[in-house]
Ligand binder design. Structure first.
Ligand SMILES: CC(C)[C@H](C(=O)O)[C@@H](O)C(=O)O
Ligand code: SF4
Length: 460
């Protein structure tokens, strides 16, 4: 039987196996941020264990960072301490940190791929669930808990049980106005938030083959929202072209050698998956969520389903939505374009293309938050910032921002926010805040109209 992409990368990293038990997997890259690393650093310090391979660890500050006035001292005391702690820990242990204000700073899942740290065939971990993002390159990348962060610090390895394999196939032609975010929201709405539990997912089909790396990252990012340990897409020419020439990518002959190896990674034609799903691209439309988990999604033209289920009803109550209702024309006061799902240059191009020549609705507070300093610089360089300025939007500085209420960017109680992030859990964007997940296009259109519109009727 042939091997899957996952099998190939996994097998190449097994250091040792325990009969009928877990395996020891070598980890190529360990990404860290301020939220989930302090406890692990403390554990090592207490036990007097050095970091095994500090050069394989890369740090950034993202969750607690403010998105305005980043040149000033961080106002919030807790956040400031958290960031200072990260800086001290990195200095003491010889770990490279792209701290607040550094030209390479950004959300961990945006800056690492953009620097060429993320490469096909690697094993990558981070104490962060959306590490699945890096699977877009054909890497095995997944989030780990704090005790595992300590394990990787101490050994550059992890003790793991091999997950089962799942493949999601999407073939056909996507309609106009349908973006990678809609594809993944659609898949999760069909499969549910537990469908991937115990599995590692591969996305296959011409829809993913034709996607940019930015789009693939958006898709893999949300693998965790269907319960999967991670998601991955076979590396191809699009991947190689993206990686080529980036700061930490292999260069010259070394790059060519790597490409030859990366070409051997895609799943064999006769590889078998434990579970497989097929979707038709033509069935997908711009999506919105109406509930409090990412699986509660509908096409923007559809109505909220009418289910008799206690948790469903609780969810609608939190959102203040009715069964059978349409979200079109719902007044919206907050829009967030950002997060590790949709804060890359392409996302801002989509938003800018829509808002060009239009103006932000007066009732809307819109946060446009680039995923990294490099994305921010690119937005300015391409003139997108001017488009946003003219349309009455203000571009903020990079960070996780309103994706989760860990910094100053919080959505007020009871308000709706159309958000390009990945989670719509209760209180995720602020206590009592109500999140509607959508693509950058739907978010931009909402900001211009001050309400949700049927975007399918507004595409030129
Ligand atoms: C804070 C961090 C541990 C968390 C995660 O693991 O994903 C955050 O990034 C999130 O998106 O909820
Ligand atoms: S942007 Fe959001 S989902 Fe991504 S790492 Fe930050 S908090 Fe987590």
């Amino acid at each position: 039987m042939g091997k899957t992409l996952f099998d190939k990368v996994w097998d190449a990293h097994v250091v040792d196996s325990i009969e009928n038990g877990p395996q020891i997997l070598y980890i190529d890259k360990h990404l860290i941020h301020e939220v989930t690393s302090p406890q692990a650093f403390n554990e090592l310090r207490e036990r007097n264990i050095p970091i095994a391979r500090p050069k394989q660890v890369i740090a950034t500050a993202d969750h607690n960072t403010p998105t305005i006035d980043q040149h000033l001292p961080v106002k919030d005391e807790l956040s400031r301490k958290q960031l200072e702690q990260l800086s001290t820990n990195c200095k003491e242990n010889g770990i490279t940190l792209y701290d607040l204000g550094h030209q390479y700073n950004g959300i961990v899942h945006v800056m690492a791929p953009e620097l060429g740290i993320t490469q096909p065939g690697m094993t990558m971990v981070c104490g962060d669930s959306h590490t699945s993002t890096h699977g877009a390159f054909g890497a095995i990348a997944f989030g780990i808990g704090t005790s595992q962060v300590a394990q990787v610090f101490a050994s550059q390895c992890l003790l793991l049980q091999k997950p089962k394999s799942l493949r999601v196939n999407v073939n056909g032609t996507l309609k106009k106005g349908v973006y990678p975010k809609d594809v993944i929201l659609y898949v999760i709405s069909k499969l549910g938030t537990n469908s991937g539990t115990g599995y590692f997912c591969e996305y296959a089909g011409n829809v993913f083959e034709e996607m940019s790396m930015e789009g693939r990252m958006t898709v893999c990012n949300m693998s965790i929202e269907m319960g999967a340990r991670g998601g991955m897409i076979a590396p191809d020419v699009t991947t190689f072209e993206y990686v080529k020439g980036r700061e930490f990518a292999p260069k010259g002959e070394e790059f060519d050698k790597k490409v030859a190896y990366w070409k051997s990674l895609p799943s064999d034609a006769d590889a078998e998956f434990d579970k497989e799903y097929f979707f038709d691209a033509a069935d997908i439309e711009p999506m919105v969520t109406y509930g409090t988990n990412p699986g509660m999604g509908i096409k923007i033209t559809e109505n909220i389903p009418e289910l008799n289920d206690a948790s469903f009803e609780k969810s609608l109550k939190y959102m203040n939505f009715q069964k059978g209702e349409s979200l079109i024309n719902k007044p919206i006061n907050y829009v967030f374009i950002g997060s590790c799902t949709n804060s890359r240059i392409e996302d801002f191009r989509v938003a800018a293309n829509y808002v060009k020549g239009k103006h932000k609705a007066s009732n809307v507070t819109a946060w446009l938050v680039p995923g990294s300093k490099q994305v921010e610089a690119q937005i300015i360089k391409e003139g997108l910032k001017d488009i946003f300025d003219e349309a009455g939007f203000k571009l903020r500085q990079p960070g996780c921002s309103a994706c989760l209420a860990m910094n100053d960017d919080k959505i007020p109680q009871g308000e709706y926010c159309v958000s390009t992030s990945n989670r719509n859990f209760e209180g995720r964007q602020g206590q009592g805040a109500r999140t509607i997940l959508a693509s950058p296009l739907v978010a931009a259109a909402t900001a211009v109209e001050g309400k949700i519109i049927d975007i399918t009727k507004h595409l030129n």
